[in-house]
Write a protein that binds this ligand. Structure first.
Ligand SMILES: Cc1cc2nc3c(=O)[nH]c(=O)nc-3n(C[C@H](O)[C@H](O)[C@H](O)COP(=O)(O)OP(=O)(O)OC[C@H]3O[C@@H](n4cnc5c(N)ncnc54)[C@H](O)[C@@H]3O)c2cc1C
Length: 359
């Protein structure tokens, strides 16, 4: 989130931008993400949540070529859409109504019979399949490559990145309602405006500003699979989503599979942040994918990983708003399961605030 905000702000000549991160790029939740961008195929149809999704989808169309041209780095992404498998006949009317709404909004959503779905994706096999919902406009993007390209492009535009520097203190002027300086382990940065976009770390930073934001981790596990050859038709490799399990094609027979959704135990904060993945949850994920794509049973399992998604407690995700009590601090955090999708729209919202609120 920090990288995309810095990049959008770097396109405005008036800002002198410093990004501070205690780690290297894409080491937090972003580094664990699958980068599936569910906009048109989501059931959000109005209000803030749909607006952010639609804005992000539109900005991704220009952002990817813009970054690739500027940095010379390729950002692996899949434009062959997302196919969501429907196993519940009672859910079909809701999909049909979504299809009508999307049509009115200018987006395509196709509803395929089981035969059509299996004809286009012959690696799918499930006797319980009721329909395939195909969204040709939704994307998938490699979140780490995206972040690295954003950092490179923003740096080329003059943004200063300070990696491996935890923010240790936020100095404030209570009389003015401002955060005036950001202290790290290595330096002090004077600031006219501060954007808190530290994922789960935003909880401690907001606490330091006496405006605690409740954020909890929701653990997600993923893994990489290799098949001897691409599943289904090599020239049609959409992301498949069955029962909330994503099968993400990467090319050359490689796939990502994910992600589990593991809520923390109801225990002390330190234990919650030290959450560890549960092996049986990963096995259930693999079994669930094999149920709709039997060829995965003989795939070779490669890397496994997990990350902690930042989930707001007591309010809806994401948290994109001015921090109460301050007139120069903005929160852009708590994106939970959709931070990669919502990153561009978040950055545009922050840019609009800063353009309107700084001299
Ligand atoms: C397994 C998994 C799969 C996912 N799949 C998807 C998906 O398909 N699509 C999607 O849209 N989203 C997905 N997500 C969610 C997505 O990863 C998050 O919503 C998003 O990455 C959050 O981005 P962020 O920048 O806010 O947080 P992070 O990526 O966690 O970054 C926070 C940064 O803040 C830094 N930081 C924290 N505290 C401090 C401090 N005190 N000082 C300095 N720096 C600090 C950290 O070092 C880190 O770099 C997935 C998440 C997981 C775990």
């Amino acid at each position: 989130m920090g990288a995309v905000i810095a990049y959008e702000l770097s396109l405005e000549a008036k800002f002198d931008i410093t990004v501070i991160d205690q780690n290297s790029p894409a080491q937090g939740s972003t580094g664990a993400a699958l980068g599936v961008l569910m906009a048109v195929i989501s059931h959000k149809v109005k209000g803030r949540n749909w607006r952010l999704r639609a804005q992000s989808l539109a900005r991704y169309q220009t952002l990817i070529p813009e970054l690739e041209a500027k940095t010379g780095q390729s950002i692996p992404h899949n434009t062959q859409g997302i196919l969501s498998l429907c196993f519940d006949a009672e859910a079909l009317p809701r999909w049909r109504s979504l299809q009508t709404i999307r049509q009115d909004q200018g987006h395509a959503l196709e509803i395929w019979s089981p035969q059509q779905a299996i004809h286009r994706c012959p690696h799918l096999h499930n006797p319980g399949l009721v329909a395939g919902i195909y969204s040709p406009q939704d994307l998938q993007i490699n979140p780490t490559a995206l972040t690295q390209a954003l950092v490179a492009a923003a740096a080329a535009n003059g943004v200063k990145f300070c990696f491996h520097q935890p923010v240790t203190q936020l100095e404030t002027s209570a009389a003015e309602g401002r955060c005036t300086r950001v202290h790290t382990t290595a330096q002090t940065v004077a600031a006219d405006a501060v954007v808190v976009s530290a994922g789960l770390g935003s909880a401690a930073l907001s606490q330091a500003l006496n405006r605690p934001l409740a954020l909890g981790p929701v653990l997600g596990q993923g893994l990489k699979l290799h098949c001897d050859r691409p599943l289904g038709h090599p020239d049609f490799q959409p992301v498949i989503n069955g029962n909330d399990i994503h099968l993400v094609p990467l090319g050359q027979g490689d796939y990502w599979l994910g992600a589990t959704v593991e809520f923390p135990p109801n225990t002390a904060e330190a234990e919650v942040l030290a959450m560890q993945p549960e092996a049986d949850r990963l096995q259930a994920l693999i079994d669930g994918a094999i149920a709709y794509c039997p060829a995965l049973a003989v795939a070779t399992i490669g890397d496994r990983w997990f990350g902690l998604r930042p989930r707001p407690q007591g309010q809806a995700a994401p948290v994109i708003q001015p921090m109460a009590g301050y007139n120069n601090v903005w929160l852009a955090t708590g994106h939970y399961r959709n931070g990669v999708l919502l990153a561009p729209a978040t950055a545009l919202a922050v840019r609009d605030w800063l353009v309107g609120n700084t001299g």
